[in-house]
Design a protein around this ligand. Structure first.
Ligand SMILES: Cc1cc2nc3c(=O)[nH]c(=O)nc-3n(C[C@H](O)[C@H](O)[C@H](O)COP(=O)(O)OP(=O)(O)OC[C@H]3O[C@@H](n4cnc5c(N)ncnc54)[C@H](O)[C@@H]3O)c2cc1C
Length: 557
């Protein structure tokens, strides 16, 4: 720590999901802690997110009598993530730690005044597997008035949700055409949004509410922040990480950290070079990660000896790039699009090749895998007029007139018959017709014999709960017919430094680099090469923020 401009007990690089959780642990232990953020805004991609944490057997489930247990959670993770090959972040030891410690992390946040809650129904993404939960294991933050942050409110990265609505409510708004409950919800959310604005409130939801609440608690506890301060190097003393070198006010700034450094600096979704190296075929332009997600801290950890794992993995999030959305804060979601009734996904030869209701990570993996043998990036969503009348397409409302530019640029294609639509897509008409007829046959039997779409609670959750008998299967029969391209976008990468159960960064030989911890998508995920449920990025990020700080502070370790 020689020659440092300032010395702290603990330093966190990046204001990601685990950063303020670590900060709170340190402050509770009476330690001085600094969070260093390279951009001018706190909160990272976590702020832009749904803010959902996947926490098995969480306190809200326990209190609400929703069945779960560590054994069930383990059975589930073994059956889903256990299939990951060559995934050093997803060891059994880390899996067990996650199951045991993530509910404790939530308890810790509740004790520190965080207002959290459990959405009532959010099925695991493989709910049909052993230990899968249909009710779901998610935890989110309650709505938050940014005014509570005082002068800091403008330092929080904005969220994606303009409404004073929880994510659960926001997702149900899409049913307003199908039900009175949906219409009532629109009124309720509309009124709440208008009223709160009239009262001068700035209501945040989703990831911004989570990070807003975390920031509020962290400031109250005395966590310190340094913004616009990119960290460039980890400083070593006798082989241990003892601080960082950053750029502050345009000058080199050395900060010492007696107990160590936690890297919570996100992944490399915005680094075109790293993506080309590790994830060929993916595209920075389709990513929804925040602009700071450029991977330099992963490279820096590697420079000082960290082993990397699962670098090929991203949390894919299918999207449809309508003209003009390139700079949208969040790209139009494609998740519910092809899982809605009267919609399927086909490759460029006109063949259906997956369960369109799968997890977004599996969906995008499926596209990239298919593309190795048949062109499938982009694939085509094939839709009929029932779809167009009832469901959102991109960010447009059901039944709304679509912009002329969509037709002019060839983004949205329209034809009176499936064969004519196929011709517009350069697909053999007989192939697309056969695909649609086969699918319609499955719909008639309410059994997707090819891919079992609709067999899981999750597939149906993505669809239309008012569509009977299946929420996700509906025939493609009413002309005119439509097609839009779907690409494998993402919400971030999922590989990075290999860490142990305490969050310590490991070398290739399995030894820990003294003083260096990492969490979030700077690390190789504990979930391996799968996404078991909503919140499998932020849940682990928070948990290893909590555990790393506890280990560094010498609490229970
Ligand atoms: C629209 C959307 C919805 C999503 N919904 C969910 C969800 O509900 N649940 C879920 O689990 N996941 C969700 N995700 C994915 C999830 O948000 C991210 O994977 C997760 O938030 C990453 O968190 P993190 O803590 O690892 O990093 P981040 O939250 O991205 O924070 C990293 C921070 O480090 C900073 N940084 C980077 N390099 C440096 C440096 N050199 N020096 C200093 N600071 C640096 C960055 O600027 C950034 O602020 C969603 C993502 C999007 C885009």
């Amino acid at each position: 720590m020689n020659g440092c401009d300032e010395v702290y007990d603990f330093i966190v690089v990046g204001s990601g999901a685990g950063s303020m959780c670590a900060g709170l642990v340190m402050r509770n232990a009476g330690k001085r802690v600094l969070i260093i953020e390279k951009t001018g805004l706190i909160g990272g991609t976590t702020c832009k997110s749904g803010g959902v944490m996947w926490i098995p057997n969480n306190p809200f489930m326990q209190r609400g009598g929703v069945p779960d247990s560590p054994e069930q959670a383990l059975a589930y993770l073994e059956s889903v993530t256990g299939a990951s090959e060559n995934a050093p972040g997803a060891t059994r030891e880390r899996r067990l730690t996650y199951i045991e410690e993530s509910p404790r992390m939530i308890d810790f946040l509740l004790q520190n005044g965080l207002k959290l809650e459990r959405p009532k129904y959010w099925p695991d993404y493989y709910d049909d597997r052993p230990g899968g939960s249909k009710a779901g294991r998610t935890v989110v933050a309650q709505l938050f008035d940014a005014n509570e942050l005082g002068a800091w409110k403008d330092k929080l990265r904005p969220g994606f949700n303009p409404y004073a609505a929880t994510l659960e409510e926001t997702l149900r708004l899409k049913t307003y055409k199908q039900s009175w409950a949906g219409k009532k919800l629109v009124m309720k959310v509309g009124l709440r949004t208008v009223l709160s604005r009239l009262l001068g409130k700035k209501i945040l939801s989703c990831g911004a509410a989570l990070q807003g609440r975390m920031l509020h608690a962290a400031l109250k506890a005395g966590v310190e922040f340094s913004l616009d301060t990119p960290v460039q190097e980890l400083l070593l003393e006798d082989g241990a990480v003892k601080g960082v070198l950053a750029q502050k006010d345009g000058k080199p700034w050395r900060a010492g950290a007696r107990l160590g450094v936690l890297v919570n600096a996100g992944g490399f979704a915005r680094n075109a070079e790293m993506r080309a190296q590790y994830q060929p075929g993916t595209n920075v332009a389709w990513s929804n990660a925040a602009e700071g997600d450029t991977g330099e801290m992963i490279r820096e950890m590697m420079r000082i000896g960290a082993a990397l794992g699962q670098m090929e993995e991203m949390v894919g999030y299918q999207t449809t790039m309508a003209p003009g959305v390139e700079n949208d804060y969040v790209k139009p979601p494609g998740q519910s699009l092809t899982a809605a009734p009267h919609a399927i996904l086909v490759d460029q030869s006109g063949v259906r090749y997956m369960n369109e209701g799968g997890s977004y990570m599996a969906y995008c993996k499926g596209m990239l895998e298919r593309n190795k043998t048949v062109p499938a990036v982009p694939s085509w969503a094939i839709l009929d007029s029932q779809f167009m009348r009832n469901y959102m397409l991109g960010n447009t409302m059901p039944g709304s007139k679509k912009p002329q530019s969509w037709y002019d640029t060839g983004y949205l294609r329209k034809a009176d018959t499936i064969e004519e639509l196929a011709a517009l897509l350069n697909i053999a008409p007989a192939t697309l017709k056969a695909t649609v007829e086969r699918f319609n046959g499955f719909v008639a039997k309410n059994d997707d014999a090819d891919f079992k779409r609709g067999a899981r609670a999750y597939d149906n959750w993505l669809g239309d709960p008012y569509h009977k008998p299946s929420a996700t299967l509906g025939i493609i029969a009413e002309a005119p017919f439509y097609a839009v391209p779907i690409v494998p976008g993402d919400v971030g990468t999922y590989g990075g430094a290999v860490t142990d159960a305490h969050g310590r960064v490991l070398r290739e030989d399995g030894s820990a680099i003294p003083g260096l911890y990492a969490t979030g998508v700077s690390t190789a995920s504990v979930m391996g090469r799968f996404y078991p449920g909503a919140g499998c990025s932020i849940g682990p990020a928070m948990t290893w923020g909590y555990l790393s700080a506890r280990h560094a502070a010498g609490i229970n370790s």
